[in-house]
Design a protein around this ligand. Sequence first.
Ligand code: NAG
Ligand code: NAG
Ligand code: NAG
Ligand code: NAG
Length: 500
Amino acid sequence: MKTLTFLSTTLIITILQSTVLTAPTLPSSSLSSTKQNHKRQWHHPGSIRPITAHSTDSTDDDPYHDYIAILSDDETRPWGEIFDEMGFSTKGIKKMTHSLGVNLSGKPSYNMTSYDMNSIKTFGKNLRAFTINMRESDAEGMDGNPSLASLEKMKMREWAFVPGSVKVLPSSPTVRRRRGVAGLRLTKRQDDMTWIQQGNAPWNLQRLSSEHKIDAKGRQPTDLTYNYRFDEAAGKGVDVYVVDSGINVDHLELQGRARMMFSYFGKVNDDVGHGTHCAGTIAALHYGVAKNVNIWGIKVGDSTSGINGEAIVAGIDAAISRHNQRKNQTDFMGSVISMSIGTAPPQQSDFMILKKAVEAGMHVSVAAMNSATDACNFSPGAFSQQIPIINVGAADIDDTRAPFSNFGKCVDIYAPGVSIVSTFNNNATGIASLDGTSMACPAVTGIIADELVKNPKLRLDPAAMKKHILGKALKGVIKADNVISSSELMAYNGFPGDPA
Ligand SMILES: *[C@@H]1O[C@H](CO)[C@@H](O)[C@H](O)[C@H]1NC(C)=O
Ligand SMILES: *[C@@H]1O[C@H](CO)[C@@H](O)[C@H](O)[C@H]1NC(C)=O
Ligand SMILES: *[C@@H]1O[C@H](CO)[C@@H](O)[C@H](O)[C@H]1NC(C)=O
Ligand SMILES: *[C@@H]1O[C@H](CO)[C@@H](O)[C@H](O)[C@H]1NC(C)=O
């Protein structure tokens, strides 16, 4: 069985190496094709089956798989024409209507057909894509068609937290929740800089506002007795899109600033807890880096179905549309995507949708993942070398690279990611401690949000913002195997000295 060679990791990486903000090129067979002759290249897709309804049958020498196909930018014809050419009945096409901008309880707008209604799904405005379950030989027939920018097998994704690390903690009884950032106010000035200092912070926030390693003075990393210095605006008005398991939007710590805007499932709850934890590290009153941002929840996975590649593309596509609407509004302050989700090997669909996001002027922070190996083997972090997304590794309270964290040249920056206390999904005041690059990614998301308010010129310029964030970071503090690395960076919000 011939394989779809352009899907192999090595080839994707080689192809992408020299292309910054340009689409990866397809194999030469498709490059030489023209619109005129591409009709002849289509194979009739034969039998197709419902997505996810059938797993691959290993005894079949021409097995079925779920595929995700992305249209090339210059393929602008209506879906009907494209599928007619492929020999599909256009009545078989299901349009995904997962955006909460639409009415979630409303009936989806598709018709039953001679094919199963789930056999093909089309989605995306900014990046048009479809998914299909078909035989490998049918996929080979589609390979190289000039209408397609990529065709790859769909791959499940993972949340980048360490599963055994979850510790639900008693809710803190002392926090004053209703008073907003003003309730934390203790303003300090030094060297013409003004900041607010919070005294009951988790360690990760202190580290992000310190020049030097934390002196724990016998405290546990999960104690809430650390100090955090942050700028008064605290990311006010910035839109942060949390691509995750949903968010407990009723959590008091989120102060009504979090809303769900997309769900792949129709449900908007967070039944995993991961999304609520990440959102809290970005935005919660006591656990958040940027305590004034707007959070937009993009639910791409849940505890029973996991996260499939289609949900990632459709969810980020919805975020891009919202960002494009918001761009012209007078209160627009900039957009950040926070994605503590990934897989190996690098997925072309991740590259293509995140490229669209940065081209639209969105800033993107992603988790380097937790396999203690070269981060260049993982999606979407590997693409930080081709497009200006920021790939974040994890460090502990001693500034040691977390033993689980991926590393290497594809990690742009490290941030605290061990024993991170933040909001959880158990109830409206719940908190938990988790480990993972999942917890480090939202710290950098928060710093970007903060910088967006301070640097309006960078609002739609993710490449310049990435440079700015890496430029502010601390050098020569991250240790691995007890050796301080001169090249690895630690995220830092730039206030001089250490909070006390
Ligand atoms: C959504 O649509 C359904 C029926 O189409 C309607 O009953 C319901 O009130 C709508 N919900 C919202 C929030 O608009
Ligand atoms: C479904 O098919 C019926 C009958 O052909 C048609 O009237 C209706 O408009 C179709 N609905 C959609 C959403 O395409
Ligand atoms: C939320 O759950 C935590 C942990 O079980 C508990 O300490 C706290 O009392 C609960 N709060 C409410 C309001 O139920
Ligand atoms: C947004 O504003 C710019 C210029 O301010 C304009 O060129 C563009 O058409 C506007 N876009 C939308 C969607 O209104």
